[in-house]
Design a protein around this ligand. Structure first.
Ligand SMILES: C[S@@+](CC[C@H](N)C(=O)[O-])C[C@H]1O[C@@H](n2cnc3c(N)ncnc32)[C@H](O)[C@@H]1O
Length: 366
């Protein structure tokens, strides 16, 4: 189960950093050997990312695995469908001088951060193209650039640490903030609309479908009874009080699943994922790969289904990791159903990565 405060990377910020600067920062590379392997053409990227390391330090989840699996794809454009702090993207660009990235994010702050990275490095400016928007518009974004096929795509789903850590975005049950939770701050629907406008049954469905919340009905009734609800602190208290005391004491913060469910509803995260995965797989060239990092069962179910659908097309195949290739007799499909998880070492360094599941699909024909 995802935790609303379980972000994908840990952040270390200096106290008075501005909003924009909280996004600035670079990849943390725990392995000095990897750094020594960085190619000369990537030096600009390293200096751009190191430049802001003080203000934002994060570890993109399963970064080594992600970098490794894109080493084998045909050269060209990789889509980072969830650009965020560009942690994965900067690692990929560092590792592969032949690669260009089209980075997509619906959050203005991610776009501003990418713009700052581009401004700091001519190499990044040349190889990172940035698109503000939702990842279910991949087809449109590719068409606008006359790109027929891609080397692959990465989806690192959900919300990021910087988004969670900013109280005024309203994602966190730990900090007092407005009932917002929009990744795209121009979007119509906010958490306030869900919390104060949905009927009991609608709310129950949201909590069940998006977070497998056991006490969905009780919580939904409590929310409706407590209206008006002004902020995240109040919502978190209402949820905690609606959950029976023994259950309240287990499984982390009692409001975490409710916040996750409302966030998913506000951003329509699960609704748009199947189409985005389908379009990404379709656009991928033979030999290219689509990788998805998911963080809770609802996301993972959709990824599994999208990959199953793709497998029924004999031109694609799934692999659990780039290191376990298994070609079936007909040479068109290979399938390993085990999802990859972060190493114990990574979870120790970044506990927020613990719920991650990596699934990868590989195209074998067009
Ligand atoms: C987990 S973070 C990605 C972190 C990134 N991989 C990194 O290493 O810095 C997810 C990002 O995806 C964005 N996002 C989530 N759903 C999206 C969607 N449907 N379309 C576009 N961006 C989305 C969020 O705004 C957030 O910035």
């Amino acid at each position: 189960m995802d935790s609303p405060n379980s972000a994908r990377y840990s952040s270390r910020r200096s106290g008075e950093t501005s909003r924009r600067h909280r996004w600035l920062g670079g990849c943390r590379d725990a392995n000095p050997d990897n750094r020594s392997n960085v190619r000369a053409s990537s030096q600009n990227i390293m200096s751009a990312t190191l430049h802001t390391r003080e203000s934002f330090d994060h570890s993109p989840v399963m970064a080594e695995e992600i970098v490794a699996l894109f080493g084998e794809v045909p050269h060209g454009v990789v889509i980072d469908a969830t650009l965020g702090g560009a942690g994965h993207t900067t690692r990929l660009l560092e590792a592969y001088p032949w690669m260009s990235v089209l980075g997509i994010d619906q959050d203005d702050m991610a776009i501003e951060h990418a713009a700052a990275l581009r401004a700091n490095s001519a190499d990044i400016a040349q190889r990172l193209d940035v698109q503000r928007g939702r990842f279910d518009s991949i087809d449109t974004f590719l068409a606008q650039r006359n790109i027929d096929s891609i080397s692959g795509a990465l989806f690192d789903l959900g919300v990021s640490s910087p988004q969670l850590d900013m109280a005024d975005r309203g994602f966190s049950y730990r900090q007092d903030g407005p009932l917002d939770m929009r990744m795209d701050t121009n979007a119509q629907l906010s958490a306030a609309d869900v919390v104060t406008g949905y009927e009991v049954q609608q709310l129950t469905d949201v909590l069940r479908n998006n977070a497998d919340e056991r006490f969905a009905f009780r919580i939904a009734k409590a929310i409706v009874a407590a209206r008006p609800i002004a902020n995240t602190t109040q919502l978190a208290e209402i949820v905690a009080n609606a959950i029976p005391a023994p259950a309240r004491r287990t499984g982390g913060h009692p409001a975490k699943r409710t916040f996750q469910a409302i966030r998913i509803e506000v951003n329509k995260e699960l609704d748009i994922l199947p189409r985005a995965l389908h379009d990404a797989i379709r656009a991928t060239a033979p030999g290219g790969r689509v990788a998805v990092l998911s963080y809770h069962s609802g996301e993972d179910r959709i990824v599994k289904q999208a990959f199953r659908d793709a497998e029924s097309n004999p031109l694609v195949q799934t692999v659990a990791s780039p290191f376990q290739h298994h070609q079936s007799a007909n040479k068109l499909v290979r399938k390993v159903k085990v999802a990859e998880r972060p190493s114990a070492r990574e979870i120790e360094l970044n506990p927020r990565a613990s719920s991650a599941r990596l699934r990868v699909i590989e195209k074998v024909g067009s």
